[in-house]
Structures are given as C-alpha cells and as structure tokens.
Write a protein that binds this ligand. Structure first.
Ligand code: COA
Length: 217
C-alpha cells in the first residue's frame, strides 16, 4: 500500500516510522503531509512534503496513496489527524518493525506502531493509534489503551492495563494487574505499584503523583 506519513519532523517520529516502513517492506512511503507551512514543497528524508493534511486530498489521490500513518508525538493531535485521514478514505495500517516479536495471539489496533526490539506476548491487546517504542515488553494479557505513547524500554507486566492517552516514560515498569487510568503520564524510570487516578503525572519507585494539585488533562 502506498502511504502518506502525516508529520514530517525529520528528527522525530517521522524518521522512525519511515525506517520501519522501509525495513518491513510491507508498504511504500510516498510523501509526507505536515501542518507546518514552511515545510510545504520541501524534501524531508528524501520524500516530498505535500502540505497541510487538510489540503492534500487531491494530491494524495493523484499519487495513488491509499493509506496514512500519523507520526506525531502529541497524542491528542495524533487522534485528530488520524480521524482526518479516515475521513479522506485512507486506511490506517499497523506498522511492526521486523525485529519486534508480536505473538500470534496478540492484537494491534489500526494505526498502531510496534518499534524495534519490542516484545508483545499472547493475549495482549493494543488499541488503535498506540505507539510502542523500541525495546518495550508488553507482557501477556496486557491491555494498552488508544493513542498511548509507550517507552522506549518500558515493561508492562502481565494483565496490567492503560487507559486512553497515556504516556509511559522511558524505562518505566507497571507491576502485574496494575491499571493506569486515562490521561496519565508515568515518568521515566517509575515503578507503578498501584492503580492510578486519571490525568495525573506519577514518578518514582513506588510511583507517586508529582504534584497532587497538578493534572495532565
Ligand atoms: C515526569 C515528567 C513527565 C515530568 O516532566 P515535567 O512536568 O516537565 O517536570 P519537570 O522536568 O519540571 O520536573 C519536576 C520535578 O520532577 C522531577 N522529575 C522529573 N522527571 C522525573 C522522573 N522521571 N522521575 C523522578 N523525578 C522526576 C524533577 O527532578 C523535578 O523535581 P524538583 O521539583 O525537585 O526539581 C518527565 O520528566 C518524564 O519523565 N517524562 C517521560 C518522557 C519519556 O520518557 N518519554 C518517552 C516517550 S517517547
């Protein structure tokens, strides 16, 4: 499938996503779309930037593009742009790096990304638009919520789960069966030992709210 990558930050997810597409050989990246006006008409990582995703429907059609992958770190923006792509009739494929292991008994939702060296074990369910970054372990029967950003090098122990729009920092650990609620940020290196309330930032070992007055919502 010919793909447009939405989000053309050359030193960000765009590069990681493009490399994954190239290495997996499953699809062909044809162009970028990006909301940044100065990028329109530029070449990024060897591909043309067509322009703002809201304004590229005709070019996308002319280039024979039938799918989109949203390579944007901001989780809310990712969901918004994926919705836009769907409304243009574009498919949202799942990307899995060839060095990842994904169990035959795991599910990865539309627009999901599984990076280099990730392990996803049986019974795991990863919802749509989630990013599982390099080296993360998603253990058995874990549920990763929609539009999450996970890792790199995080460990989600068996039957743990996350809500929607959760960010798990690099190298953090969820103990078995722990539930991280919607909108939570888990700091890098934290160990989450208990269920969290929604929309908080937790850090440390054991993980505690960074500031009880503050929310990530
Ligand atoms: C937890 C986090 C979100 C806080 O970011 P922030 O709101 O900008 O907070 P600040 O950097 O201002 O730090 C606030 C305080 O928390 C401490 N802190 C920050 N991150 C921490 C962490 N991961 N563990 C423990 N303490 C941390 C800081 O030292 C600071 O303490 P102080 O007030 O005593 O000086 C961030 O530091 C973090 O860990 N993000 C994870 C990023 C990541 O790994 N992304 C990978 C996905 S690709």
């Amino acid at each position: 499938m010919k793909l447009v990558i939405v989000g053309a930050r050359a030193d960000g997810q765009a590069h990681v996503v493009l490399e994954c597409i190239e290495e997996s050989g499953a699809h062909e990246a044809v162009a970028f779309a990006d909301e940044t006006p100065r990028l329109k008409g530029q070449q990024v990582l060897g591909l043309p930037v067509l322009g703002d995703p809201n304004e590229v429907a005709q070019q996308v059609q002319e280039l024979g593009i039938t799918g989109a992958f949203v390579a944007v770190g901001d989780m809310q923006a990712r969901a918004r742009l994926a919705e836009l792509c769907s409304s243009m009739g574009l498919s949202l494929p799942t990307l899995v790096h060839p060095s990842a292991y994904v169990s035959l008994h795991a599910q990865i939702g539309a627009g999901g990304f599984v990076g280099a060296g990730v392990v996803v074990l049986p019974g795991a369910v990863v919802d749509e638009l989630a990013r599982i970054n390099a080296g993360t372990v998603v253990s058995h029967h874990v549920h990763v919520g929609g539009a999450n950003t996970i890792g790199p090098n995080a460990t989600l122990a068996g039957r743990s789960s996350t809500g929607a729009f959760v960010l798990l920092g690099a190298g953090c650990t969820l103990l078995p069966e722990v539930r991280v609620a919607d909108g939570v940020t888990v700091g890098a290196g934290a160990v989450v030992t208990r269920d969290t309330p929604p929309n908080v930032t937790v850090v440390g070992m054991p993980a505690k709210p960074l500031d009880p007055e503050r929310t990530t919502a």
